[in-house]
Design a binder for this molecule. Structure first.
Ligand code: PEP
Ligand code: MG
Length: 324
């Protein structure tokens, strides 16, 4: 099926109305790296570093991690790689860490919460990343930031670790971009200052949707109950786009929904200009984007809104059927 898209692989995801949407890929294992070339991804928009921790039976050493990150950066050949720091807890439990007996792990001690409470692992990971950058640029993203303060504290760890590395005589990255994932509704309402301080934001749609609708992403019974193209959710996402535009904060969407062509099209229509998805989705998403005019899709969305539709899906599907 991938062959169908080879003719557009090296072409931009440029819509009929001239908007170029950046398509990046999600990765996490070494086996994903060859897709960087074959998929036509502009870079790695989400590198899930916890996968390397999950496939082992003991905590990896700093030197091992650094070697792994070096391989990732080498494979990227200068393309941007967004390294997400360890996102453990919830559905991702390390076999060699004492399990937490939590009634609601998705709402529990996870991701940046663990990173800030037990900074040892985070510092070790940051050092490994700094060393892997080998004097080049580095991009780091913190998962599951629910309030400004957590981002500030994580950012302070970056600065502290950087200083330590310099003192130890290690080469440090030429620049470090520090961003956050927006995965809890609370962060969408953070003060303007947060949007100004964070260097970029990426929406973790899998988690954001689960918390927006209060519907467990792991629970088959409720997982698909609420449509991503539900107008309440789209309106919420659009509010985030507007806040990012107001503060000039680069924004991307990196949950699974970004890889679904109709969803991706609607995200572009409400203002997203960067999407990150599994490599196999890049072709189909690009193919649809290149055939569409975003202002037309936008009009379809507005009409559905005016009609009081619950979701824009059927209106957008109908529009697409009329087109092709
Ligand atoms: C997300 O929550 O959408 C996301 C990209 O992160 P993960 O799926 O790893 O939680
Ligand atoms: Mg997430």
């Amino acid at each position: 099926a991938q062959e169908r898209y080879t003719s557009i692989r090296d072409k931009p995801a440029e819509t009929k109305c001239g908007n170029v949407i950046g398509l990046h890929m999600n990765a996490g294992l070494m086996a994903d790296l060859p897709s960087l070339g074959s998929s036509g991804a502009e870079g790695v928009g989400l590198f899930r570093t916890e996968l390397q921790f999950l496939v082992r039976n003991q905590m990896p050493r700093r030197s091992e991690l650094s070697a792994l990150y070096t391989r990732v950066l080498d494979a990227a050949q200068g393309k941007r790689v967004v390294f997400r720091t360890l996102d453990i807890g919830s559905d991702k439990v390390l076999p060699y860490m004492k399990p937490n007996d939590e009634p609601n792990p998705a709402l529990g001690w996870r991701a940046i919460r663990v990173g800030l409470d037990k900074p040892g692992i985070m510092r070790m990971q940051l050092q490994a990343l700094f060393r892997a950058a080998n004097g080049g640029p580095l991009t780091v993203m913190f998962p599951f930031v629910a309030q400004f303060e957590e981002f500030r504290a994580a950012r302070a760890e970056v600065d502290k670790t950087l200083l330590r590395e310099k003192k130890l005589g290690h080469v440090v990255p030429s620049s470090i971009e520090v961003g956050a994932m927006l995965e809890t509704p609370s962060l969408a309402f953070a003060p303007d200052k947060f949007f100004e301080e964070v260097e970029f934001l990426s929406i973790g749609g899998n988690d954001l949707k689960q918390f927006f609708f209060a519907a467990d992403r792991e629970n088959e019974r409720v997982r698909k109950r609420y449509d991503t193209l539900n107008l309440s959710f789209l309106t919420f996402l659009e509010g985030i786009v507007k806040r990012c535009e107001a503060s000039n904060t680069p924004l991307s969407f990196c949950g699974e929904d970004a890889g679904r062509p109709v969803e991706a099209l609607c995200f572009a229509a409400i203002g997203f200009r960067t999407l990150s998805m599994r490599p196999a989705s890049i072709g189909p998403v690009k193919s649809l984007l290149r055939r569409c005019d975003l202002s037309e899709v936008r009009a379809v969305i507005e009409q559905a809104r005016a009609q009081g539709d619950m979701s824009v899906r059927s209106a957008v599907m109908e529009y697409l059927r009329g087109q092709y």
